[in-house]
Write a protein that binds this ligand. Structure first.
Ligand SMILES: O=C(O)CCC(=O)C(=O)O
Length: 257
């Protein structure tokens, strides 16, 4: 198997510092190209049996793919990815949920600017972050991610509509003039972003699907606020309960093989 280039042990202090200052970081090679190809095939297959949560052109969204496919389970519970996430966050983490986000060829729809954290029913949270893993090469034209550095410092906004080009900018007008960083990725590369860091992904203007697997991690001690959310609704949790009481949210520390 080809070598994985970045591990929790080889992650440099500079990358960790950059993540903490900017709210995102690109980490090359969290999985090998061969692994990415195996997961890409599993993702394409899974589209046939799983229903997309998102209805519309932005993306096909397969939530908690790890519970439906043994192959995707290996990726979502990958100790290398979870270990890097814990080093970036600097606290113990657990899985919140995963989702495959597949932008179909020529989908003509960007994922517009938003922060993730306001969507989630999380109490007591010190940190959330997502690993966005490219399962195919993702040049700008295929719909890579763009981030607005420093936006992770703001935690007072309502949830933003990721189908509305202007929603976040109307809430936070200074962002119109903020620098943005666009990060094309090779298959197997990953960006990690803080759940409060504003980001978007452009449309897929190519003939191949843009296949990305996103693993979202939360503070291991996160509690449930009681707000509605597709992931927690079926679980019968009480407000104030630790999400870690459910086996749907395994700790990163339990992922080591
Ligand atoms: O890949 C996309 O289209 C958007 C991804 C995103 O918003 C996220 O991972 O939080």
């Amino acid at each position: 198997m080809a070598t994985v280039r970045t591990t929790p042990n080889t992650l440099t202090d500079d990358l960790i510092q950059s993540y903490r200052n900017q709210g995102f970081v690109k980490v090359p090679g969290v999985i090998s190209r061969e692994e990415a190809e195996e997961y890409r095939r599993a993702a394409i297959e899974l589209q046939k049996s799983m229903q997309s949560l998102h209805q519309g052109p932005i993306f096909t969204q397969l939530v908690n793919a790890w519970t439906e496919s043994e192959t995707m389970r290996r990726l979502t519970l990958h100790p290398n990815v979870g270990g890097i996430a814990e080093r970036l966050a600097g606290i113990p983490l657990r899985l919140w949920h995963d989702h495959l986000l597949i932008k179909q060829p020529h989908n003509e729809a960007a994922t517009e600017y938003h922060q993730d954290f306001p969507y989630w029913p999380h109490g007591n949270s010190r940190h959330t972050l997502s690993a966005w893993i490219a399962l195919v090469d993702v040049p700008v034209e295929r719909g890579c991610m763009t981030f607005i550095p420093g936006t992770q410092k703001r935690n007072d906004l309502r949830p933003q509509d990721l189908s509305d080009h202007d929603d976040l900018m109307e809430l936070w007008p200074e962002l119109v003039y903020s620098p943005r960083v666009t990060l094309p990725l090779r298959a197997g590369d990953c960006t990690f972003h803080n759940g409060l860091c504003a980001h978007m992904a452009n449309s897929n203007d190519t003939d191949e699907p843009r296949v990305a697997h996103i693993i979202i991690y939360m503070d291991a001690d996160t509690t449930y606020t009681g707000a509605k959310h597709v992931v927690t609704d079926p679980l019968g949790l009480a407000a104030g309960q630790r999400l870690g009481d459910s086996s749907m949210f395994p700790a990163v520390s339990s992922m080591h093989s």
